[in-house]
Structures are given as C-alpha cells and as structure tokens.
Design a protein around this ligand. Structure first.
Ligand code: GLA
Length: 423
C-alpha cells in the first residue's frame, strides 16, 4: 500500500510540473500585436491588417534579412486571427477571409523556412479583443493547436475570474503536455494580478509556464519602455531568483524600428532586455525598417548576452536619478577560480543630457584579481584591461545605454592587447 501511494505521489508531481524541456534560452521571434494591433480591414489596409499574408511577409523578411540567422525564430500570431464562432464540434476556426489557407498551412509555411509558429488564445470566455476564449475548451484547444503544428502558445487572461487563474493556467499547461507536441507555453497570469501581488508566486507559475508577462502592455514610446524598466527594477529581488532556463519573466515585445523610438532608445531597450535574459520578441514592420535598427536588433554580441546558457537575469547595482548600472553574470566562467564574466549595462534615463558615469569595477562585484578584458558591445571596440581597483568611465547619450562585456583575463583573448590602453 505504501509503495502504491508513493507511486501515485510521484506521478502526480510529474503531471503537475510543466517540465517540457523547452525554452532553455529566452524565446526570440516576432509578434504582431504592438505593430499591427487588431486591424481587420484588409480592404483599406491591405499591408497592415491581421491576415496570413502579414505573417508570411514577416517570415520572408526574417529568413531573408538575417534575423533568423542571429536567432529570431518564432513568428507569432496575436489576437484577432479567429472566426467569431467555433465549429459544430466546438473547435476553433481561423477567420476564413483573412486566413483562407488555415493555420496548419501557415504553420507549414513557417516550418519550411526553418521558423517556428506561435499562436494566441485567452483563458477566459473571450480574448481581450472579443474572440472565442478557451474557458471550457482548454483540452480541445490544446489539441487543435497541436493538430495545427503550433510550437508556442501565448495564453492571455482577459474575461476570467482572477481567482481561477491558478487553476486554469496549470490546466492548460497539462493539456499542452498531454498532446505530446512540444509547445512553449507563455502565460499572462501574473500580469492580471498586478494589483494583488500577494497572489503571485513565481515559483508556482514557473512550474506551469515557460514564460509569463507580469506588467502592462508595451507601446512604441520611451515612456512605456521606462515604465517597464522601473517596474522590473522595483521587483528585481522577486524576479531574479525565479528566472532562468525554461522559466522567463517577459517584459513584453521589442519596439525597435517603430516610429517614436530613436536609435539611442533602441539600444537602451535592447541593452536592458538582454541584461535581463528576457524573451526577444520584436513587434515592428520588418518590410520597412531602417538599417540602423536592423543592426541593433542583429548585434550578435548583444544577443549572446541575452542567450547566455546560464540564463541569469541581471541586477541593477547602482542607481541615481538619471543613471542605472546593471550587471549580469555570464559565461565564460573560470573553472579554476569560479570567476564569472559579466555584461554591464549603463542606462541614461535623462531625456536631454549626456551623462558621464564612473565607477570602480570591484565596487560592482567585478573582483577577479587578474582583472578583466572589457569590450564595448555596441561599438565592437576593445576598451582595455581593467583591474578590480580601476576606475571605469563612460559617457551615455540621453535616453540611451552603453553595454560592455568583462571577461576575466585568464579566459580572455589578449592578442593585440599589448598596444591597447591599459588603465
Ligand atoms: C492583451 C495582451 C497584449 C495583446 C492583447 C490582444 O492586452 O497583453 O499583449 O495580446 O491583449 O488583445
């Protein structure tokens, strides 16, 4: 009898945890919402309405213009893709005018290009834009998505009693697992509990979800980027220990390339999102993006910080009214001493003034006795070798950020450094 109980206990644990082995590094891709919202008038707006062509166009750009090559893999449909009614058996349908080929065929289009396919639903009775929600249909919808070869589900949380969230979100996680298809599971659960923080336990959420939104929707403005950063700064002691491979806090989409976002702001968003190891899901028009933004989005050294296998969320370690300094421990790690490499992000929130920032490396926790090789990740320039007692100085543009990588000297390539400026 004892043995039987133990076995039941074990199988329950297995069923309860998501443990799908997915999203070991933060998901990267493209999502429609913040650039195209819920435009459904394809007569008036043929190039910016939510239809299959929009996603195919973005897939084409992602594979032809180098985004896929640097890691942006997922094409994600957001709200407004559905027909207003389910079919006779209760199954979801895509809008027949705007998605005439159907979602399985759209998934195939992505897969043929080496991309993955993400879809959107809502746990409630209706999605946020009023389309059929999954409430009462979780198993059926999970199976529909698996049948369509979907790789990623964003499950929103509009139109549902908030007290049901701890029930429904794990239930959908189990339903996705039960389909046998690997599907990355993105939850909006904590975003709807923002005013009831006592009900948010990220350890519990992380058992069911691969990533989760926890704050307001982003829009293409500096104000919005700042409000997200300030919320994450405020919450970092809760976020950092609950973030890592397979379970990511999601500060929402990258708005780089959209009107209202300057190159400095774009580097600032990218710097902080990568220091956090946040999902990098762009929402912009890849058919029409200036080279400067494409370069920012495709900076491999910066992306490598985000995708570092340790998956650590960086921390704000020094702060003034204008400037925040962030540090993220990452690979390579010295096997002898255990010393980490670090990325350093320096954000200037001031909208007008450049800021000169100076700090002693050791004060921020960079204490490897042999010092560090420091590279500027935005300019691609080597800065030099610095000891923990050395001062490091940099000038940051208004609404901008600088970003560096510090590699312990024992692990760094020092070729060519003989002629570099030593501090
Ligand atoms: C919510 C989400 C957004 C988007 C819309 C769609 O607001 O937070 O990201 O999915 O719903 O209606």
């Amino acid at each position: 009898m004892m043995k039987l109980l133990c076995l039941i206990g074990l199988s329950l644990t297995i069923i309860n945890a998501l443990d799908n082995g997915l999203a070991r590094t933060p998901p990267m891709g493209w999502m429609s919402w913040t650039a195209f919202y819920c435009e459904m008038d394809c007569e008036k707006h043929p190039h910016s309405c939510i239809n299959e062509q929009l996603y195919m166009d973005m897939a084409d750009r992602m594979s032809a213009d180098g985004y896929l090559a640097v890691g942006y893999k997922g094409v994600h449909v957001d709200d407004c893709w559905m027909d207003r009614q389910r079919d006779g058996q209760g199954r979801l349908l895509s809008d027949p005018q705007r998605f005439p080929s159907g979602m399985k065929s759209l998934a195939k289009y992505m897969h043929d290009k080496g991309l993955t396919f993400g879809i959107y639903e809502d746990y409630g009775t209706k999605t946020c834009a009023g389309f059929p929600g999954s409430y009462g249909f979780l198993q059926m919808d999970a199976q529909t998505f698996a049948d369509w070869d979907v790789d990623y589900l964003k499950l929103d949380g509009c139109n549902i009693n908030l007290d049901l969230m701890p029930v429904g979100y794990p239930e959908m996680g189990r339903a996705l697992n039960a389909t046998g298809r690997p599907i990355v599971y993105s939850c909006s659960w904590p975003a709807y509990l923002i005013n009831q923080p006592q009900k948010v336990d990220y350890n519990v959420i992380g058992e069911s979800c691969n990533l989760w939104r926890n704050f307001d929707d982003i829009n293409s403005s500096w104000k919005s980027i700042m409000s997200i950063i300030s919320y994450y700064d405020h919450m970092q002691d809760k976020h950092i220990p609950t973030h890592g491979p397979g379970k990511w806090h999601d500060p929402d989409m990258l708005v780089i390339g959209n009107a209202g976002i300057t190159p400095d702001m774009a580097r600032a968003q990218m710097t902080i999102w990568c220091i956090w190891s946040a999902p990098l899901i762009m929402s912009n028009d890849l058919r029409n993006i200036a080279p400067v933004f494409k370069e920012i989005l495709q900076n491999r050294a910066v992306i490598a910080v985000d995708q570092d296998p340790l998956g650590k969320m960086g921390r704000l370690v020094a702060n003034t009214t204008d400037v925040g300094v962030y540090i993220k421990a990452m690979t390579p790690v010295d096997p002898q001493s255990g010393d980490f490499s670090y990325s350093i992000g320096i954000l200037n929130r001031n909208a007008v003034n450049r800021n000169s920032v100076e700090f002693v490396l050791g004060r921020l926790g960079l204490n490897s006795p042999g010092g560090y090789r420091i590279d500027d990740l935005w300019s691609g320039q080597l800065v030099g070798v610095f000891k923990p007692t050395d001062n490091f100085q940099t000038i940051v543009n208004p609404t901008g950020a600088n970003m560096f990588k510090a590699t312990p000297v024992a692990l760094a390539d020092l070729k060519g450094l003989r002629f570099a400026t030593f501090k």
